[in-house]
Design a protein around this ligand. Structure first.
Ligand code: FMN
Length: 251
């Protein structure tokens, strides 16, 4: 039996939550990175004996469309899957049921699921520092429950969410380089959507950008940002729905 972590984690929060859960298994997970545009995902050879943690962030209460397309390239081969949705303390709405449907369509057999909270990747004042030590303790404990459930062939409970899923949201803010950008091109290499020109990182294809904030997270000069006024507007709009702490939900 191999343990895999299949993650779409542009700014690392989703990956951190998946790592905390994966720590319950004795072996370290093999990583499959869905943000890597160059990866041949159809080459990942899962078997029915394997356990695969599939972790995505919630974007507008849905699985990011790009992550959904990349998940569809996998061949689950009957491997047991643990579905992980990570959200920025607003809501995850239909993300888990959509992830369940995507996993089943790709040939995985869902055995459990988690909705965890991580720092909001656009409005970083919300859920700052999450997942924290309290999240870590809950996720580690639930990882052990899932290990036992998988060993004994136990079933996953029904997940919250609606089918048909809520309509995908409108596009978010597009980060741009500010003064002092040395045009190193790291953002272009790392962009999961291929939206940034490698020759000229100030050229962004706004039809491809998914506002995932990978480019702002990896910028070594810290000059690639969302416009301050747009960011303030997002922060204000999210205040009523993001401020009160939400706890991980375990299924
Ligand atoms: C485009 C976009 C849409 C988002 N939509 C939601 C949302 O609907 N609800 C929520 O609670 N958080 C939302 N978030 C926050 C992310 O789900 C959260 O920060 C997640 O941890 C990001 O994962 P990452 O750190 O692996 O990139 C959104 C973030 C982005 C970039």
């Amino acid at each position: 039996m191999k343990l895999y972590e299949v993650t779409f984690s542009p700014t690392g929060g989703t990956r951190r939550a998946a790592d905390l859960l994966a720590a319950a298994w004795p072996q370290p997970p093999v990583q499959v990175d869905l943000t890597d545009r160059t990866a041949d995902l159809s080459a990942a050879a899962f078997t029915a004996e394997d356990v695969v943690l599939i972790a995505v962030p919630s974007y507008g209460g849905r699985v990011p469309a790009l992550a959904a397309r990349r998940l569809a390239a996998l061949h689950g081969a009957g491997a047991r899957a643990v579905l992980v949705c990570v959200y920025g303390n607003r809501a995850y709405e239909d993300t888990l049921v959509e992830l369940e449907d995507l996993a089943r369509a790709a040939g995985f057999v869902p055995a459990g699921a988690v909705a965890a909270v991580a720092q909001h990747s656009i409005a970083a004042q919300y859920a700052a520092g999450r997942p924290d030590s309290a999240d870590a303790a809950l996720l580690a404990q639930f990882g052990e429950t899932l290990c036992r459930r998988i060993q004994t062939g136990g079933a996953m409970p029904a997940l919250p969410g609606r089918r048909p899923y809520k309509k995908a949201g409108v596009s978010g803010p597009v980060p741009m380089p500010g003064a002092g950008c040395p045009a190193c091109g790291l953002c272009a290499v790392q962009c999961p959507a291929g939206a940034i020109s490698a020759k000229d990182p100030s050229a962004v294809d706004k039809t491809l950008c998914i506002s995932c904030m990978r480019c702002t997270a990896v910028c070594p000069s810290k000059v690639r940002r969302v416009n301050a006024a747009a960011l303030a507007a997002v922060g204000l709009a999210l205040k009523p729905v993001c401020s009160a702490r939400k706890e991980p939900e375990l299924f």
